[in-house]
Design a protein around this ligand. Sequence first.
Ligand SMILES: Nc1nc2c(ncn2[C@@H]2O[C@H](COP(=O)(O)OP(=O)(O)O)[C@@H](O)[C@H]2O)c(=O)[nH]1
Ligand SMILES: [Mg+2]
Length: 363
Amino acid sequence: MKIKKFTAASMQDAAKQIKKELGNDAVILHSKQVKKRKWLGLRSQQAVEVIAVLDRDVREARKTPPAAAEEMKKTETAEKAEPVQPPRLPDQSISGELAHFKEVLPEPLKKAERLLKQAGLPDHTQNAVLSELLRSSIVSGDLTEDNVSSKLQDLLVKKLPSADRWQEGIQSKYVVLFGSTGAGKTTTLAKLAASSMLTEHKKIAFMTTDTYRIAAVEQLKTYAELLQAPLEVCYSKEECLKALEKFAEYDHVFIDTAGRNFKEEQYITELQEMIPFESGLQSFLVLSASAKYEDMKQGLKQFSGVPVNQFIFTKTDETASLGSVFQVLSESRIGAAYLTNGQDVPEDILSASPKEFVRMLLT
Ligand SMILES: Nc1nc2c(ncn2[C@@H]2O[C@H](COP(=O)(O)OP(=O)(O)O)[C@@H](O)[C@H]2O)c(=O)[nH]1
Ligand SMILES: [Mg+2]
């Protein structure tokens, strides 16, 4: 893609310049009347400023390639280009080029750039999204400062796993949470169990395989006592099987696990042995939203040995940006069942649709 700003005395002159420099297939992105200063700024003269783009993909996306001159006629007669369905175009091809022409972007795209930056998305994602927005705006010709936010939202939502992978709620008999130590598993498990019991009036029980730290068992015991729900602490596979039998009549069994170092393979093997993966299990990978993107990815990789249905992102109250969460979601194609936003049990938990999540990301 080539993009360039032209200043000329008239649209006709600008068209000539564009044709000469970019050829017949260039497309007008933006044009405005400007005053050109002359004689040391003492006199001014009307001029036009035109931003033109030459892009193979945009040209092909339009059924008939419009030449710059044709575009000029349309602009002059103040007619809008026919809206064409924006095509799905590859992300990368122009994002590298963006760096060179960011300063000549028209106002709506500058606004989009600011929003993406604030969201804390990685640079390559910002550029890819901006490029897509630029392309679709060239094709449809209807990008304004008022509608840029909603167009940006639509583009971002499309990059996330589809809505049906998000809000499922608690549906299975067994609910298990995985994740590294301190991610917020036990607290979140208590939130889920409490709302299942208090709002849905389900008969619930707890199990834990986190027997490495006394404090971890005590923590869950406290929540179990508060909810007057039974808790089984399982030190072995046999004890897990016994507990599962004991809780056969319960609606939901909430299972807490140890958050040992991701790198220990033995830990994953143990989990695989102790958790009833074969029998109606809903499993969540708990990741802290305040962790760095690289750490989240590492967590995801280390738990690739266990089946993960959905994510739970904790501590959204501790981070200013959900950019890393967005990135993990868009790369993994796994939905986020819940977000947690505080230490209070049971209230600090919510579920979001991809659309709601993107709104949170951009505010
Ligand atoms: N600010 C904040 N703190 C949280 C949230 N969820 C959990 N925590 C805190 O994070 C710490 C570790 O939580 P815990 O449930 O013990 O993590 P686990 O080791 O994964 O079981 C505790 O101090 C929790 O109160 C949250 O959404 N926001
Ligand atoms: Mg814990």
